[in-house]
Design a protein around this ligand. Structure first.
Ligand code: 26V
Length: 817
């Protein structure tokens, strides 16, 4: 094998040659006959070579240095595209751009060819991806562990206004970033039974599982900023132990011979929606156990190889559980320590709790995972025994503390007795972890008061807050090169390395008219690009000078896209009633996917599209209001929308959005937020200043008080507000659905009878806040001053800050980070 020369940062010729070599020898094409996709592959492979150099060096270093390792266990990693990310973090984006230009290849066209790695649903998965990048940037020795889904989150197509789901096939052309590691493979058991034997006076348990599934590792290197270090994201694929049953095949059962294999491999076939209550139960549990078991075996093997004993596990390994999806790790680690490595129960428990920590990402009761005891017993019989034993120790220790409060015992138990017996994964994760964190100050406070109130009473020192963050490399430098250029021009290159502290330096520029003009100008250019995309994708022409009012996120009732739509209709009515008034031209942009089984969310998408059609076609509106629903929201689309937004909609019912992370992305890019005091919006308002945001509506406390009082009557509110009433009646009576006038009767009646998410309660306040938005927009000096200050004051929301806090306070790695 020939050693290929590596390219230094400015070596355009070397990069060009490297790409040509990859095109010829790895892709097998000559430049004249290469398709764009061939170029993509050649460029990705040439880029990957650089990554590998850093990767190997870093891996060697971390072994040599004996650093403590962090393991981030997550069922989701919403990575998006990696080409520009890698080039940019390696510092060779300009080099590559120039080299490709010399080859007559437009990097922007090639960039768009890369499929999104959509191995996540939304914020939770994207957070995991941002964290991976920050851990590499900070030089923390970390491994991400998850599943290499063949099909990521579905592709959303809109037909006649309705969402349809198509399978996502991101691997169709292969994946140039990953390395298959067939030699890194574990056999994962399911089902069967447990026997116990007495060995030297000690019970030893043997799990005779009935079905074995092979896990195969696929590694993707994740490069930090300026190539600081490179960590590994290890994703597992499920493979049948034997391809097919030869005897059955020979006996003529040509389909049945493959059935078992198909069942095994279905584990890594498709990502589950995280926001649907109707998820197929058994396969999901199999996914959870599969990736946890493979990951734990892998990391214990690494630890043993390096340290020779598991006694030092908590000292040299930290395992972060991303929500309860990997919570079975508590029982699996106990099983490995006790049954396989021969530890005494108490010692194993110490090691387990010392190593594991857990992040909670939602308080919604319907989202808290529980598994039927019967299913657990059938699929993971030994784990069920272990869970019972953990529970028994736990309850005994409470009784020993003289606690006989039945209500308390019931609430902190691992087993829920009320709705058929179920295992509570949240309680299991809590008990088995030394740290439990929420993802914003408000969310953590509510965690202490609600879901974990009683466990918090028992272990108050365990709960802590780690407010989410975002990686600025992707969400500012790569997504918004124009704004980045302006910021660098103002503050110097150093701001790219330390935006957390240096971005604040932008504050004085907010007072300069010339800077504000240029700030507005870069936004306008981004808006022109988005306007073109909108025309291409949905055939709607929008004016880039209009206010771009954006709500992009998963469609869920608690996120209240409906409130946004009610405002849209109210504005539409107001314009129609007084077409000559000096209206602020506005484009409402919405995007987001609904879980396939979530009918109400799908109906909201249909309503958005119905409203869009009616408003956009209405000549009396004269383009003052346009409504756009952009299909198939994903990371790449977010990267195009967010830098072009003027107004960011963060309008969840207070108390229900754990943090939100798009709120941070918008503010960093200089959009102003209209939002409730929910999740991280609260801390954003502390950093940015209330006067540079549009905060409205009930607080979490007020929502709670109203719920408790039980006297909230949405219909009465609607009757008192002629504006709201008119909107509701119009939608209800088919003003936007003449083809099916009854389409929204149920939706609107439902809102009046049990407005679970307080849409009507917040409507007037929202309308007023939107009036303030318009007033500010009419005064460009004020608007752009606020916009600049939003960018200047969002530094704290860097995921580097978040990761530094995890590293210092939970993982205890590298105190100097
Ligand atoms: C799950 C479910 C399942 C049942 C139906 C309703 C429902 C609603 C939401 C979810 C998602 C749970 C976990 C999650 O994705 N949380 C998100 O995590 C982000 C990163 O911490 C955070 O910014 C978001 O606020 C939070 O919703």
């Amino acid at each position: 094998m020939t050693q290929e020369p590596t390219v230094s940062v400015n070596d355009v010729a070397a990069f060009r040659e490297a790409v040509l070599r990859k095109l010829t020898y790895s892709v097998g094409k000559d430049p004249e006959h290469a398709f764009d996709h061939d170029w993509f592959e050649a460029i990705a492979l040439a880029t990957r070579d650089h990554v590998i150099d850093h990767w190997m060096e870093h891996t060697r270093q971390s072994y040599r240095g004996g650093q403590k390792r962090v393991y981030y266990l997550s069922l989701e990693f919403l990575i998006g595209r990696l080409l520009i990310d890698s080039l940019s973090n390696l510092g060779i984006l300009d080099t590559a751009r120039q080299a490709l230009a010399e080859l007559d290849v437009d990097i922007e066209r090639i960039r768009a060819l890369e499929p999104d790695a959509a191995l996540g649903n939304g914020g939770l998965g994207r957070l995991a991806a941002c964290f991976m990048e920050s851990m590499s940037t900070l030089g923390i020795a970390a491994h991400g562990y998850g599943i290499r889904y063949e099909h990521g989150l579905f592709r959303q197509v809109i037909v006649d206004g309705w969402q349809h789901e198509q399978t996502e096939t991101w691997l169709d052309f292969g994946n140039p970033w990953e390395f298959e590691r067939p030699e890194v493979s574990y056999l994962i058991g399911f089902g069967g039974h447990v026997t116990a034997v007495n060995e030297n006076g000690r019970q030893k348990h043997f799990w005779h599982w009935a079905e074995g599934v092979r896990s195969i590792a696929y590694d993707t290197p994740i490069v930090g900023w300026r190539g600081a270090s490179v960590n590994t994201l290890r994703l597992w694929r499920a493979r049948a132990e034997a391809d097919f049953h030869l005897e059955r095949f020979n006996a003529g059962d040509h389909i049945g011979a493959f059935a078992e294999g198909a069942r095994a491999e279905s584990i890594s076939r498709v990502l589950y929606p995280n926001d649907s209550t109707e998820a197929g139960q058994e396969l999901r549990l199999r996914q959870e156990y599969f990736f946890v078991a493979a990951s734990l075996q892998d990391l214990l093997r690494r630890h043993l190889k390096q340290r020779g004993t598991l006694d030092s596990l908590p000292q040299f390994a930290s395992i972060q559980l991303n929500d309860t999806h990997p919570a079975i790790a508590v029982a699996e680690l106990m099983r490995l320590l006790v049954d396989v490595h021969g530890y005494e129960w108490e010692r194993a428990w110490e090691l387990t709790v010392g190593t594991l920590s857990y992040t909670n990402h939602t308080l919604l009761p319907e989202a808290l995972e529980t598994w039927p005891v019967g299913l657990m017993e059938r699929l993971l019989p030994r784990h069920m025994q272990i869970i019972y034993l953990i529970n028994a120790h736990h309850i005994d220790s409470l009784r020993a503390r003289d606690n006989h409060n039945i209500e308390l015992l019931r609430s902190v138990s691992l087993i829920e007795e009320d709705h058929g017996r179920r295992v509570r994964m949240g309680n299991l994760a809590f008990l088995g972890s030394h740290s439990i964190n929420g993802v914003s100050a408000l969310h953590t406070e509510l965690m202490r008061k609600t879901v974990f109130r009683d466990l918090y009473g028992l272990y108050p020192e365990r709960i802590n807050n780690k407010t989410n963050g975002i990686t600025f490399r992707r969400w500012l430098y790569q997504a918004n090169p124009k704004l980045t250029g302006l910021v660098v021009e103002a503050l110097g290159e150093a701001v790219l390395d330390s935006p957390e502290s240096l971005l604040r330096g932008l504050e004085p520029f907010a007072e300069q008219a010339e800077f504000r003009r240029r700030f507005a100008e870069q936004r306008l250019e981004n808006k022109r690009v988005l306007a073109r995309l909108i025309r291409e994708r949905v055939g709607v022409t929008v004016d880039p000078n209009a206010l771009f009012d954006v709500q992009v996120k998963r469609i869920h009732e608690y996120k209240r896209q409906l409130l946004n739509l009610l405002h849209t209709v109210a504005l539409y009515h107001a314009i129609r009633n007084d077409p000559g008034a000096p209206w602020v031209p506005r484009v409402k942009i919405l995007a987001g996917k609904a879980a396939a089984s979530y009918h109400q969310a799908k109906l909201i998408i249909k309503l958005a599209n119905d409203i869009a059609r009616t408003v956009n076609d209405d000549p009396t509106v004269r383009g003052l209001l346009k409504v756009v629903f952009l299909p198939n929201y994903n990371v790449s689309l977010a990267e195009q929308i967010i830098p072009a937004a003027d107004l960011s909609e963060q309008i969840s019912t207070a108390g229900l959005e754990a943090s939100g992370t798009s709120n941070m992305k918008f503010a960093l890019n200089g959009a102003l937020t209209i939002g409730t005091l929910d999740g991280a919006n609260v801390e954003m308002s502390e950093q940015i200043g209330l006067e540079h945001m549009f905060i409205f509506g009930l607080t979490a406390q007020q929502v709670e008080a109203r719920k408790r009082a039980g006297e909230y009557n949405a219909e009465a509110i609607a009757i008192e507000s002629p504006r709201l009433n008119e909107v509701l009646e119009a939608i209800r009576n088919g003003a936007f659905s003449s083809d099916d006038p009854g389409r929204y009767t149920g939706l609107i009646d439902g809102l009046k009878w049990h407005d679970t998410f307080f849409v009507c309660a917040d409507f007037e306040a929202y309308w007023q806040a939107q009036l303030e938005v318009e007033a500010r927009w009419r005064d460009p000096a004020r608007w752009w001053r606020s916009a600049v200050l939003n960018t200047a004051r969002t530094g704290w929301f860097s995921s580097d800050r978040t990761i530094r806090q995890y590293a210092g306070e939970i993982w205890k790695v590298l105190d100097d980070k």
